[in-house]
Design a protein around this ligand. Structure first.
Ligand code: DC
Length: 226
């Protein structure tokens, strides 16, 4: 039987990680795990409870009671917080910002990473995030690092929001992505970074189909050699 691999897809915000990971999971019959959604659920809990991120004790108490469940079904992820489906509620702009801030707290990261390792260690999984290839699964079988220019990423995110009926200016979206990438790259523990052995793919000139095909090609070629 073919070995069930761990595939890591990292990169900055709106670089196409989740679309690529989802399609790849579908093609390979693997499970997709959206690690950003975990930090988002954690941020939503913090918002609901008015948590002060600087209050270490309060953060710890929140984490002790935190009830996040991820239902994995092929390329679908349903995120439950306290038993409630929050898959839509975690996609707002302020949760994006708060998830970036909260993910910099080591106690939060250790808790989320433990969950990610538990869910992914049996293989047959594609995880997308910022630190999968460097920290969560440094021995992942295949590591991809996706990039695209700032302009292209901002435009993609802006179009995505527009399709969802959310009106935002391109400038604001661009500023939000820049801020978040800076924040994610600057944190001390497990920052956004390309692993030394990751394959970097610049998707600026590719559409969704081309991107999915390109990554699938790379993964198949690597699989043949494993
Ligand atoms: O992938 P995303 O945009 O949904 O992630 C939201 C935030 O969560 C991101 O700005 C930083 C944090 N994150 C992280 O620190 N590590 C990960 N593996 C995934 C996300």
């Amino acid at each position: 039987m073919e070995k069930r691999l761990i595939i890591a897809i990292d990169g900055p915000a709106a670089s196409g990680k989740s679309t690529t990971a989802r399609r790849l999971a579908q093609k390979l019959g693997y499970v997709y795990l959206d690690t950003g959604a975990m930090y988002r659920a954690c941020a939503l809990k913090a918002k609901q409870t008015g948590l002060a991120l600087g209050d270490e004790e309060a953060v710890r108490a929140m984490l002790d009671k935190l009830d996040i469940e991820i239902k994995l079904d092929g390329e679908e992820n349903v995120i439950l917080l306290d038993g409630k489906d929050v898959s839509g509620a975690i996609r707002t702009n302020d949760i994006s910002r708060l998830s970036s801030d909260i993910s910099a707290l080591p106690a939060v990261r250790y808790k989320m990473v433990e969950l990610q390792r538990r869910l992914g260690s049996r293989g047959g999984v594609i995880l997308d995030g910022r630190d999968i290839g460097t920290f969560v699964f440094p021995d992942a079988d295949i590591k991809i690092f996706l990039t695209a220019t700032d302009e292209i990423r901002a435009r993609r995110r802006w179009l995505e929001l527009k399709h969802k009926g959310v009106h935002a200016s391109l400038d604001n979206v661009s500023e939000e992505l820049r801020e978040r990438d800076k924040n994610d790259s600057a944190r001390e523990l497990a920052p956004l970074a390309k692993a030394a052995d990751a394959i970097e793919v610049d998707t600026s000139a590719m559409n969704v189909e081309e991107q999915a095909e390109a990554i699938y090609g790379i993964v198949k070629a690597r699989m043949a050699g494993i």
